[in-house]
Design a protein around this ligand. Structure first.
Ligand code: GDP
Length: 198
C-alpha cells in the first residue's frame, strides 16, 4: 500500500470523542518503549507523526491518524508501567478497555512485542483479553535489527511455542519489523490493505 497522506486528527482519553467517520480502524498497542511511535512513523513515512520518547509514562492518550483518507491508524497508550497500577486488572486504563469494547470501526489490533524479550505475562494477558473480547489482532515484533536474522526466527519460534502452550491454538498473523532498517513495512501495510478490500 502506498501512503499518500497521513494526518493527525485528534487525541483524547474518551472513546466517545473519537472520530465519527465510519472508516476501518487499526489500533497499535504495546508496552511502553516497545517502539510503537517509531513503527508508526516508519509505516506512514513521517519523521514525527507519532511522538517518540524514551520517557516512561508520557502522556497517555488515544491518537487518531487518518491514512489515505480511507482508514484510521490508532496509536493507543503504552501499557505496563508499575506506576500505572500493580493490579493486572487496572494495568489497562479504563479508557483503553472502553475503546476496545465500544469502538465499532475497529477491524484489528496490532500488539507490539520487542523481539528481544521472551513472552511476558502482561502481553500474554493482554492478548488473552483481546481473545476473550473477540477482537482480531496481529503481533508485530519490533527492533528486529537488534538481533540477527537467525536469532529472530529462533525467538519467534520460542514465542510461538509459549503462545501455543497458553491460551492459543494457533499463532495469530505476525510481522517482523525494524523501524531502524525500515523492514516489515510493506508486509504490515499490505495486510491492512487486503483486509480493507475484503
Ligand atoms: P514507544 O514508547 O513504544 O513509542 O517507543 P519509541 O518509538 O519511542 O522507541 C523507544 C526506543 O526504542 C527509542 O530509543 C527508539 O529509538 C528505539 N527503537 C524504536 N524502534 C527501534 C528499532 O526498530 N530498532 C532499534 N534499534 N531501536 C528502536
Amino acid at each position: 500500500m502506498k501512503i499518500n497522506s497521513a494526518e493527525f486528527i485528534i487525541s483524547n482519553s474518551d472513546v466517545n470523542k473519537c472520530p465519527n467517520e465510519p472508516l476501518p480502524e487499526y489500533a497499535f498497542i504495546g508496552r511502553s518503549n516497545v517502539g510503537k511511535s517509531s513503527l508508526i512513523n516508519m509505516l506512514t513515512n513521517q519523521k514525527n507523526l507519532a511522538k517518540t520518547s524514551s520517557r516512561p509514562g508520557k502522556t497517555q492518550l488515544i491518537n487518531h491518524f487518518k491514512i489515505n483518507s480511507n482508514w484510521f491508524l490508532v496509536d493507543l497508550p503504552g501499557y505496563g508501567y508499575a506506576k500505572v497500577s500493580k493490579k493486572s486488572k487496572s494495568i489497562f486504563q479504563k479508557f483503553i478497555t472502553e475503546y476496545f469494547e465500544k469502538r465499532q470501526q475497529l477491524v484489528s489490533a496490532f500488539v507490539l512485542i520487542d523481539i528481544r524479550h521472551e513472552a511476558q505475562k502482561i502481553d500474554l494477558e493482554f492478548m488473552q483479553y483481546l481473545g476473550e473480547s473477540e477482537i482480531p489482532f496481529g503481533i508485530i515484533f519490533t527492533k528486529a535489527d537488534k538481533v540477527g536474522k537467525t536469532k529472530a526466527l529462533q525467538l519467534i519460534a520460542d514465542y510461538k511455542k509459549k503462545l501455543l502452550t497458553s491460551d492459543w491454538s494457533e499463532m495469530p498473523p505476525y510481522f517482523i519489523t525494524s523501524s531502524e532498517h525500515k523492514t516489515g513495512r510493506e508486509e504490515v501495510l499490505e495486510y491492512i490493505n487486503t483486509i480493507n478490500q475484503d
